[in-house]
Design a protein around this ligand. Structure first.
Ligand code: GRF
Length: 185
């Protein structure tokens, strides 16, 4: 079975969704790694039998040093693909060079609303459609090549409804794209 490593920082619902749909059925999540010792996703992952490793970025003097520790841990797993799921650290060129097969999911129709608070900015924009994007991770934040997208009509939605629908799109799209990439490998 192909192997993936998932990186997360917070709630971990995408990690949970990927684990429920794919782990041990279509692939192995050999490890989930978080930079945040208080991430809610830690419990979610453990409940599903996924091994979690905490690499607290605050213990490192620079982004590069943190990435070196991350690289060391990931190399041992020898994953076919690295999946960012709500991972809130900007990765250095060293990481990207070491692992060019890293993907991310972003809650907007890129190239619109790159960076932080994309969900809120997408909601507040005058646009009538919104969506989610899966892309390769490259040096520019949320600027890597787009792999796939899904969209919705947002006119009339309240923020909470909007947020829920965006997450539903993520839960459909991300596992599908992960499998597509692994099948092509
Ligand atoms: C998702 O909306 C994802 O698009 C963004 O961060 C959020 C993570 O949510 N990159 P969760 O931690 O998976 O619940």
């Amino acid at each position: 079975m192909k192997k993936i490593v998932v990186l997360f920082s917070g709630n971990g619902t995408n990690l949970e969704n990927i684990a429920k749909k794919l782990h041990k059925k279509h692939l192995l999540i050999t490890k989930a790694i978080t930079n945040n010792p208080h991430a809610k996703g830690i419990e979610r992952a453990k409940r599903l039998g996924i091994e979690v490793e905490i690499i607290d970025h605050k213990k490192f003097t620079s982004r590069e040093e943190f990435d070196k520790a991350l690289i060391e841990v990931i190399k041992k797993e020898a994953p076919n693909l690295i999946v960012l799921a709500g991972f809130m650290r900007i990765l250095t060129p060293l990481f990207i060079k070491t692992f060019p097969t890293t993907i991310n999911i972003h809650p907007s129709l890129l190239p619109l609303f790159k960076g932080a608070n994309a969900l809120e900015r997408s909601f507040k924009s005058p646009m009538k459609v919104a969506g989610v994007t899966v892309h390769w991770v490259e040096e520019e934040l949320d600027g890597g090549e787009i792999i796939d997208q899904a969209c919705l009509y947002k006119k009339g939605l309240k923020f909470e409804e909007f947020k829920e629908k965006i997450h539903e799109l993520e839960y459909e799209l991300y596992p599908k794209v992960i499998l597509e990439i692994l099948q092509k490998e």
